[in-house]
Design a protein around this ligand. Structure first.
Ligand SMILES: [Zn+2]
Length: 233
């Protein structure tokens, strides 16, 4: 069965994003996973256990919102299984009809922050405030289990980025490119936070300046109900 233009484009986009994430060290080997909403009933996503640097569009698979693999299949993806973190992606798509793409990655500075018992401070970078907003640390959950997918549920409605302690992050957006860009900005914020700690600690941006960034989030339609927490120390 031939695939339509939207599906073909999304397949290319996901492979492009995986290759970029690999080349930038945001994912290593088979780790991490990327998905996109194909239509109201179906999700296109990366298969589990496959190296992401050289992913082929035909390797991506389609599931319904219950997580069941659905066609059309081809010879290349016929025996591939969805990523084992699929339940986490599905929780986001179920709870956020506005979301068109989800990225899960194990980036080093973000994980290091959680291992040190710290929370992310988007306030250290203007782009962090603008594109991430408030970023919570979910309770720890064992990867691939419902303990992990359940751990993010309470944060999904009011956040676009959630950190998974000792593991990584999940970011989402109106499309898969926005979800990817949030993963990039997230890792940059964590890196700046680390560098700042090496330079003697953070000299905090003033509250009026943070308020202006919250206004920009409204202007660019990134705003969420949790934004006011950016003003808390
Ligand atoms: Zn993971």
């Amino acid at each position: 069965m031939p695939i339509d233009r939207k599906e073909a484009q999304l397949r290319d986009d996901i492979c492009h994003i995986c290759a970029m994430m690999y080349s930038r060290g945001l994912i290593r080997g088979p780790s991490g996973n990327v998905s996109a909403r194909l239509d109201k009933d179906r999700i296109l996503l990366t298969p589990g256990g496959v190296m992401k640097f050289d992913l082929k569009p035909e390797q991506l698979i389609i599931v319904n919102l219950d997580g069941e693999k659905v066609g059309p299949h081809n010879d290349i993806n016929r025996d591939l299984k969805p990523t084992s973190e699929l339940p986490m992606h599905l929780e986001v798509y179920h709870r956020r009809p506005d979301v068109g793409g989800v990225v899960h990655a194990h980036t080093s500075y973000v994980v290091a922050l959680t291992v040190a018992g710290l929370s992310l401070r988007p306030q250290v970078l203007t782009e962090g405030m603008l594109f991430l907003g408030v970023v919570p640390n979910a309770p720890y959950g064992t990867p691939t289990t419902t303990e992990l997918s359940n751990s993010i549920i309470e944060f999904i409605p009011d956040h676009d980025v959630i950190i998974l302690p000792y593991h990584g992050s999940i970011t989402f957006g109106h499309d898969v490119w926005q979800a990817f860009s949030r993963t990039e900005v997230l890792e940059q914020v964590a890196e700046i936070q680390y560098l700042t700690s090496q330079l003697g600690g953070e000299k905090q941006l003033s509250k009026p300046n943070i308020e202006k960034m919250i206004e920009l989030r409204i202007k660019y339609k990134h705003n969420l109900p949790s934004d006011h927490k950016l003003l808390e120390n």
